[in-house]
Design a binder for this molecule. Sequence first.
Ligand code: CP
Ligand code: NVA
Length: 308
Amino acid sequence: MKKDFLTLSDWSSEDLKRLVDDAIRLKKERKEGKKHHLLEGKKIALIFEKSSTRTRVSFEAGMYELGGYPLFLSRNDIQIGRGESIKDTARNLSRYVDGIMIRTFEHSKLLELAKYASVPVINGLTDDFHPCQVLADVMTVYELFGTYKVKVAYVGDGNNMANSWLYGAAKFGVDFSVATPEGYECLPAAVEGARKIAETTGAKIETLRDPFEAVKGADVIYTDVWASMGQEEQAEHRKGIFAEYQVNDRLIKATGKKTYFMHCLPAHLGEEVTEEVFESDISVVFDEAENRLHAQKAVMVELMGGNK
Ligand code: CP
Ligand code: NVA
């Protein structure tokens, strides 16, 4: 049976922790200049229906470093853009490549692709979830603290990042408080699912309105853009709604302790975060970005064979 990487809820805590350990090892080996061609001769198709800097480059560079070959396919280059179904795309690509990553809009499209592909499918971001980012983020947290027993506070839009953090926190046993404005909450199924998982891992999952309440005692403050890809026309309207959720000096101080700042990027400075916080020494945003490379290499090796 092939295995996919669609949401963190599909994976056991044990397997996810092993992925982080693998990623840390691959990172160390890379820094030592060691080649790890664990996917020699393997190919991965990378379908992008939305823009990307980090996801595209980290998957392409990562596959190259593993000795394999990445194929970048934007929606305009392949027949999806002209209406060929996801189902047929899945069945065709499976005859050529050893794995497929897709960045798309509706989460249902990802599930359809995974259903009809006979090779592993990786979620490179949907409207609802971005598990590769949270795996890299959790790895960053582990590198900073040497434990998963910390508190992460997410303030802002209850979007794909927040939904994935709910599952990620629950699975890794990270305490997680999320503060969102009314009408911009996380997916109820993700909140409920995370609470259920947390019963077995001991994570505290808290959903709040007040960002100052959420960040109390937080070791990390996390935020994301107020208008995600596909919501560009709502950007101005959202600026008014989210103003209270900006990560600035005042919010950082409200943690009452030393806190790190995290963001999946790209960031809109002066909106969800001030330039002062973003550029300060508590900001670890580029470590998170780097860890996308290592975390995804671990995922590709796990899914697409090869001995680690
Ligand atoms: N964080 C992230 O996924 O970045 P990109 O949109 O640049 O891929
Ligand atoms: N929430 C953002 C994340 C980008 C990595 C978006 O979906 O645009």
